[in-house]
Design a protein around this ligand. Structure first.
Ligand code: ADP
Length: 180
C-alpha cells in the first residue's frame, strides 16, 4: 500500500506526550536511563514502574556506561496509551559548537530508525533537549522538522509523526516550520 502524502503524515499537538494514543512516544531521557525531570519524569509517573525496570535492565546489560549520545532504544510503554517508549538522550546545549546539532539530528534519526524497523504506525516526539538541556527552541524546531520530513519522504514507516509541544512558543515555531 503506498504511503499517504507527506503533509498528512506530520501532525502537531499541544499537550502532554504521555496521553498520546500512538504506537510509540519518544522520551527525552538522560544517558543514565534511570529517570529524570520534565518529560522523563512525566513518562515514568504516567507509565508506571515497568518502564524503569526495563531501563535498569538495559543499563546494566547493554549500556553500562550509559546510553551514548545520539542513540536510542525502545522499552515498553507500561501503563501509557502508547505501547512503546523510545528512549534517547539529547545533547546538552553548550553554545552550538560542540556538535549539538549533529547529535540532536542523530537522536531523531535513531528513534525513526527503530520506528521504521519495527513498523510502528505512529510516533510522537517531544522537543528533545529544548527543556533542561537548553537547546534554543527556534533552531531545534527547524532542524527537527527538516529531519523528520526527510525521513518520511524516504520511508513508509512510521506512517505518522506527531510533534507534541508543551508551550506557546514551541507551538508557534512548529506551526511556522510546518507551513507548506
Ligand atoms: P531535555 O532534558 O532533553 O531538555 P526536558 O524534559 O527538560 O528535556 O524538556 C524537553 C521539552 O519537553 C521541553 O520543551 C518541555 O517544555 C517539554 N515538556 C515537558 N513536559 C512535557 C510533557 N509532559 N509532554 C510534552 N512535552 C513536555
Amino acid at each position: 500500500m503506498p504511503a499517504p502524502p507527506l503533509s498528512t503524515r506530520v501532525q502537531l499537538v499541544q499537550g502532554d506526550i504521555t496521553r498520546q494514543p500512538v504506537a510509540a512516544i519518544v522520551n527525552a531521557a538522560n544517558s543514565s536511563l534511570l529517570g529524570g525531570g520534565e518529560v522523563d519524569g512525566a513518562i515514568h509517573r504516567a507509565g508506571g514502574p515497568k518502564i524503569l525496570e526495563e531501563c535498569r535492565f538495559l543499563r546494566a546489560r547493554k549500556y553500562p556506561s550509559g546510553l551514548p549520545p545520539g542513540q536510542a532504544v525502545a522499552t515498553t510503554g507500561g501503563n501509557l496509551p502508547a505501547a512503546f517508549v523510545i528512549q534517547t538522550a539529547g545533547p546538552v546545549w553548550h553554545g552550538g559548537n560542540q556538535h549539538e546539532a549533529e547529535e540532536l539530528a542523530q537522536c531523531y534519526q535513531s528513534c525513526l530508525k527503530i520506528a521504521t524497523a519495527r513498523e510502528f504506525e505512529s510516533v510522537a516526539f517531544p522537543g528533545i533537549s529544548t527543556g533542561i538541556y537548553g537547546y534554543p527552541k527556534p533552531a531545534a524546531a527547524a532542524l527537527v522538522v527538516r529531519e523528520v520530513r526527510q525521513w518520511l519522504a524516504a520511508h513508509a514507516w512510521p506512517q505518522t509523526v506527531t510533534f507534541v509541544v508543551f508551550d506557546e512558543e514551541s507551538q508557534r515555531l512548529y506551526e511556522r516550520k510546518l507551513k507548506p
